[in-house]
Design a protein around this ligand. Structure first.
Ligand code: FAD
Ligand code: SF4
Length: 512
């Protein structure tokens, strides 16, 4: 072969990827591999595995349709060594390329692997930056250093200035940077939630569904019904659908939850953004257009842009700036094993059962379900960070370590000592009661603090503050709850600690 071998990973399914930028179809080839090592490193949700395999196979077909030679190694190829390093070595031996070209990966572990390739391959390796993000890794580090702050809000404002999104010269459109106070409404009873566009499996997806069922049959999660887009064309239709039916009320009900409504007004585009079928820029552009056309209000569009331009870029920056040490922290010394209910959904706590149910059905839950229900419970229960991180990484179709880890380790578990968020998002049952209808029909009562029928989130919340007082009470943002705790009679505190202990010790951890 007289050209280059361009190795494209499963979360790099973007035609404009840097590794494909200057491809010469007459001389170059693209390598894509399905390897079990990636599918088994974590027991991924079966829908997530099928989604990625199908999206990869469709991407390979789209490249072939352009006349590009694609060397595609399937999972069930008998010669497949089932790991990236083995497959790349075999492909280099097959093709004898001048060079191997890759785009930097999304995960620290794979980047380490790539560094090894530079040593072990008989041909040069070129690693290119992943320019699908608004902020490069180097820019993020420089920005944080220059500002001497790592807070999302500052980062987000700077990104607004740099990109010009929602800017009117130097001032933010609408006169304020942040419309969060407008975006915390509970969903009024009777509000109609739109049907969302889903995509019936085609022949390639059906083949992949059968393969996933046979090879990953014991993994968590329903495989069907399968409704994810697996091509760029369908992912664009999914984005259109969101802009038309979700975005107008995205802001208002961003934090709302309702039993039986798995998607509400959320975009459902994170799996597409994270594997490359959609770009962050086109999602932001479409939202800004909708504002210009009068199709969506500013609080919705700003809320959406904030999630992508702000949070998504910020967590990626933190991940690369802080790894590998980041994953090892355990600021609150949490050591409890993961309760079995995270896998089974078998619990009388209706909020937890609902959020785990949607996770099982779709490999999806929206942000507030992840943060304020399953995440809040993990924080209050003191689950060991590594165990809950592994759960989040496994169960969501959009989960990759660069985005999952900062969200779980930092935002949810406060295990990074406040690098990502200045205080833990701990909340009692009152929050869930206010923002959802889950408590209606629950075996527990969110208004009861202790004793029969008491909502576990209530006594777990105060127990969490008591247990972590030495670490958290000096935090000025925690002053208010600690003042309330200080006024609580000692006997009541003792009852709280006892109730929490009985509840937590009674949670089974074995689900096999
Ligand atoms: C505990 C926990 C774990 C999470 N794990 C992941 C994960 O593995 N992968 C992932 O993509 N997101 C993760 N998130 C962020 C967020 O929950 C999901 O991006 C969002 O729910 C995806 O659904 P959506 O596309 O409908 O999002 P929308 O609510 O419609 O938001 C639009 C987009 O904003 C981005 N976004 C929003 N919030 C965040 C955030 N906190 N961090 C990064 N991007 C954000 C996503 O790309 C999302 O598609 C996690 C959040 C929490 C609290
Ligand atoms: S009462 Fe408590 S456990 Fe039950 S749904 Fe409400 S918050 Fe969840």
């Amino acid at each position: 072969m007289s050209g280059n071998l361009r190795f494209v990973l499963g979360d790099q399914l973007t035609r404009d990827l840097s590794a494909l930028a200057d491809i010469d179809p007459a001389r170059d080839a693209v390598l894509m591999v399905e390897v079990e090592a990636e599918g088994r490193a974590v027991p991924h949700h079966r829908q997530k595995i099928a989604f990625l395999l199908s999206a990869m196979r469709h991407f390979a077909e789209a490249l072939r349709a352009e006349g590009i030679r694609v060397d595609y190694v399937r999972l069930d190829d008998p010669d497949n060594t089932q790991d990236f390093t083995g497959e790349l070595a075999r492909a280099v031996a097959r093709h004898g390329p001048k060079r191997v070209i890759v785009t930097e990966p999304g995960e620290w572990r794979v980047e380490e692997m790539m560094r090894g390739w530079a040593q072990s391959l008989p041909v040069p390796l070129e690693i290119r930056a992943d320019d699908r993000f608004f902020c490069s890794r180097a820019d993020f580090t420089a920005l944080v250093r220059a500002r001497k702050t790592g807070r999302m809000e500052f980062f987000y404002r700077e990104m607004r200035r740099r990109t010009g999104y929602l800017m009117d010269g130097d001032t933010p459109v609408g006169g304020q940077w942040n419309f969060d106070p407008d975006n915390r409404k509970a969903l009024p009873r009777g509000t109609r939630v739109p049907e969302r566009r889903r995509f019936p499996p085609d022949a390639i997806t059906r083949e992949v569904l059968a393969l996933t069922a046979s090879r990953f049959g014991t993994h968590f999660g329903d495989l069907e019904p399968f409704g994810w887009a697996v091509t760029r064309a369908d992912a664009l239709l999914a984005l259109d659908d969101f802009i038309a039916v979700g975005l107008p009320r995205f802001g208002d009900y961003q934090d709302a939850m309702r039993a039986g409504e798995d998607f509400l007004f959320h975009s459902l585009i994170s799996p597409y953004l994270n594997c490359g079928l959609l770009t962050a820029r086109e999602a932001c552009d479409r939202a800004v257009e909708a504002l210009g056309d009068g199709a969506a209000p500013i609080n919705a569009v700003e809320g959406f842009i904030r999630q992508i331009l702000g949070w998504r870029e910020f967590v990626r920056g933190i991940y690369w700036a802080e790894m590998p040490g980041y994953a090892g922290g355990n600021h609150l010394n949490a050591t409890r094993p993961l309760p079995a209910l995270y896998w089974t959904g078998d619990t009388p706590m209706r909020c937890m059962a609902e959020c785990i149910g949607t996770t099982r059905r779709h490999a999806y839950a929206h942000h507030i379900q992840r943060l304020m229900v399953t995440g809040n419970f993990a924080l209050l229960a003191g689950i060991e960070p590594a165990q809950i991180e592994a759960w989040y990484l496994a169960v969501y179709a959009d989960a990759y370590e660069w985005v999952e880890l900062p969200n779980v380790h930092g935002m949810v578990m406060h295990a990074d000592g406040g690098r990502l968020g200045s205080k833990p998002y701990a909340a009692s049952g009152a929050y869930i009661h206010r923002m959802s209808d889950y408590c209606t029909g629950c075996s527990y009562d969110p208004k009861v603090k202790l004793g029969p029928g008491a909502c576990p989130f209530n006594y777990l919340y105060w127990n969490f503050l008591i247990e972590n007082a030495a670490v958290l009470s000096p935090n000025p943002r925690m002053a208010m709850p600690y003042r309330t705790l200080a006024r609580m009679p000692a006997a009541q505190r003792a009852e709280i600690v006892q109730a929490a202990r009985v509840f937590l010790d009674g949670l089974p951890t074995d689900w096999g």
